[in-house]
Ligand binder design. Structure first.
Ligand SMILES: [Zn+2]
Length: 161
């Protein structure tokens, strides 16, 4: 798949095609929610963020039809190990799957985004949350400072190549 480039309030976000492919593969034939971490890097001296990878559901995660709880410490371990090899790599947010066509973030989703934004020890000034659905994905952008919700963008799967 091709990379997607989004702009929002002076920041630019690139979602690499391989990330989109991995998201699609992770949700294939899933009837329950699933999810993981988004990682990547920021281009120095710019406000450009590149999402280069995801982690997938781990053993200790809690999953139901309508909730996903990233409990397994392996997610952060995976990103930490990547960071050891490339110091530019950092945690940039989370993703999870709603097994429905169109995405409506729940109250719990926003509470989780707020908490993760507050608690994450990333150097990034912005954090990104992707909710994947069958027809579309939603990218929810937070400013780290004061856990401020900045923007929500929608991308339809059928507009991606
Ligand atoms: Zn959700």
């Amino acid at each position: 798949m091709e990379n997607i480039v989004l702009t929002s309030k002076k920041i630019s976000i690139v979602i690499e095609g391989t990330v989109l492919e991995k998201l699609l593969a992770s949700i294939k034939n899933k009837s329950l929610e699933t999810g993981g971490i988004l990682y990547g890097f920021k281009i120095k001296e710019t406000n450009e963020y590149i999402l280069t990878g995801i982690t997938e559901q781990q053993k200790l995660d809690q999953v139901t039809c309508c909730s996903y709880n990233r409990l397994d410490p392996n997610h952060l371990k995976i990103v930490n190990n990547l960071w050891k090899e490339d110091k530019a790599i950092m945690y940039l947010g989370d993703w999870h799957y709603h097994p429905v066509d169109f995405i409506i973030p729940s109250r719990t989703d926003y509470q989780t985004f707020n908490r993760n934004t507050k608690e994450s020890k990333t150097d990034s000034n912005f954090l990104f949350y992707i909710i994947v659905g069958k027809q579309e994905i939603k990218l929810i952008i937070y400013k780290k400072k004061r856990e401020k919700l900045l923007d929500i963008q929608k991308i339809s799967w059928n507009k991606m190549n």
